[in-house]
Design a protein around this ligand. Sequence first.
Ligand code: CO
Length: 171
Amino acid sequence: MLEIVTFPNDILKRKTNPVKKVDAEIKEIISQMKETMYKNDGIGLAANQVNIPLSIMVIDTTSREEEHEKFQGVLINPTLVEKAGEIKFKEGCLSFPGLQVEVLRAKEVIIKAVNEFEEEVMLHLRELPAIVFQHEFDHLNGITFLDRLGGLKKRLALEKYNKSLKEKVGA
Ligand code: CO
């Protein structure tokens, strides 16, 4: 299992690099990312969250049985082709342990990516899978969910997060 990098580590603020070839090394990274996501009960993970500056995300929303829309897969070098609608959802992030914030995202996205078999895919994701994609896509671009909040909400969320960090250090 890989160690998860937590905010405010700088790697979370930097844009990741494209993957040139899905070779054995990349496949090993993907397998370890999946393991790390599952062990931490996550539904998505971006490579820079495990200190690897490459454009790779893993998603698996199938454990959220209450959600109609589900998606499970690996997306390499993803691009956002189109987005539509709006949806508000209380998001968590493995890089911000204990923090949940309501974020406004597009309700549907059409995306392009390369999968773990090095095939180009185009996908239409809706609701939770679309939300998770946008969250991880932001990570790959050096953006965290706090950056999606307005000034005051962002400051309050940051204060709450910093306070919980201090409490952990004190414990
Ligand atoms: Co996150």
